[in-house]
Design a protein around this ligand. Structure first.
Ligand code: 5GP
Length: 193
């Protein structure tokens, strides 16, 4: 596998990484394409198959694991599997794109280890775990149980921040968006034509 660059945004759920990734995708000069992950979690109302995720059953997901189809995969929450299909990256690289990922910290670090030269791994840090809880409740896409599960995981995820190439503090969204734009611009600048 070879091609453009890989830009990873990882963070605890609710940190704002999805907002940052969407913002960057709106900048044509960065030539980015979103890596659509496979997942076994249920589809949320506004989500589209093939755009937000490739939604599949747990058994379908496990078949892909057996066939070694994933670049990386994680059971991010119990019975909620998420993974990056090798074919997805091959497809986007064949289109000449730089690929941007919104994935969990373990998956992000795994991709960085596989492609150290062409990967920029960015950790998005929320102001505090309490603030994460407030944001997740406001978003109201998950039940209280699921929110608590995500919060419990956040402290473990926060401890991995030093392993990333860069850390963006998302205390003020506009500042975080600007910082993310500058980091990615710098990283892809020295890309061979
Ligand atoms: P959500 O259910 O909120 O869409 O995502 C839950 C978590 O799974 C988020 O941290 C998200 O970034 C992560 N995630 C999404 N796709 C992947 C993937 O392909 N691999 C891994 N390891 N994590 C992913």
């Amino acid at each position: 596998m070879e091609g453009g660059k890989l830009i990873i945004f990882s963070a605890p759920s609710g940190s704002g990484k999805t907002t940052i990734v969407r913002h960057l995708l709106g900048k044509p000069e960065l030539n980015l394409a979103f890596s659509v992950s496979a997942t076994s979690r249920p589809r949320r109302v506004k989500e589209k198959h093939g755009e937000h995720y490739y939604f599949m059953s747990i058994s379908e997901f496990k078949n892909h694991i057996r066939n070694d189809d994933f670049l990386e995969w994680e059971e991010v929450y119990r019975d909620n599997f998420y993974g990056t299909l090798k074919t997805e990256i091959e497809r986007l690289w064949a289109e000449g794109k730089n690929v941007i990922f919104d994935i969990d910290v373990a998956g992000g670090l795994r991709i960085k280890r596989k492609f150290p030269e062409v990967t920029l791994a960015v950790f998005v840090k929320p102001p505090s775990v309490d603030e994460l809880k407030i944001r997740l409740k406001k978003r109201s896409t998950e039940s209280d149980d699921k929110i608590n599960m995500r919060i419990a995981k956040a402290s473990v995820e926060l401890a991995t921040a030093p392993q990333f190439d860069k850390i963006i503090k998302n205390y003020d969204l506009d500042t975080a968006l600007q910082e993310a734009y500058e980091l990615v611009t710098d990283f892809i600048k020295d890309q061979p034509e």
